[in-house]
Design a protein around this ligand. Sequence first.
Ligand code: GRF
Length: 203
Amino acid sequence: MSAKTRVAILISGRGSNMAALIEAAKAPDYPAEIALMFSNVETAGGLDIARAAGIATTFLSHKAFASREDFDAAIDAALRDAKIDLVCEAGFMRIHSEGFVRKWEGRMLNIHPSLLPSFKGVKVHEQAIAAGVRISGCTVHFMVPELDSGPIIAQAAVPVLPGDTPEALAARVLEEEHKLYPEALKLVAEGKVVLRDGRAVFV
Ligand code: GRF
């Protein structure tokens, strides 16, 4: 049996996408194992979920570092120590230095709760409702230095309903996120999707 892809998940909060990835990785035939959970927030709910699941956790506050580069160097060291192959960001609320992203390019994924390239950044569901779109959704993409701009691996759509609040839309999108992220990670871990010439290519 070939070794599974070793995955680190980076979070800052609730960790529901992380929990979905942990759950999916329990399947014997899933090609990835969650080898590390990293949080930059000590009170992140996801830390308790990961500990309860028996996942190795690392907490490091960005506030303890003089620069973005120094913080990223510490993350990189933690990833190397754990022999990580792939990184999944799931609600990690820090922007990385360009050098760090370049180093992990093609091996670092993120999930964003909109149909990119629409509605980047924060207050995503507010943006979607304000724009009056009838469909929103979520995107898993390879990370590049520019925020929420990397090559798209997978997307799922949901309707935006009349009278939707940002919270109602967020909940509908989140349900899809929990299905999409495990599917996208599977594709990358199996080598079925790779980053090539700035595109996510199915091979
Ligand atoms: C998700 O909506 C994700 O798309 C965004 O941040 C949120 C994290 O939620 N990047 P959770 O911590 O996974 O529950």
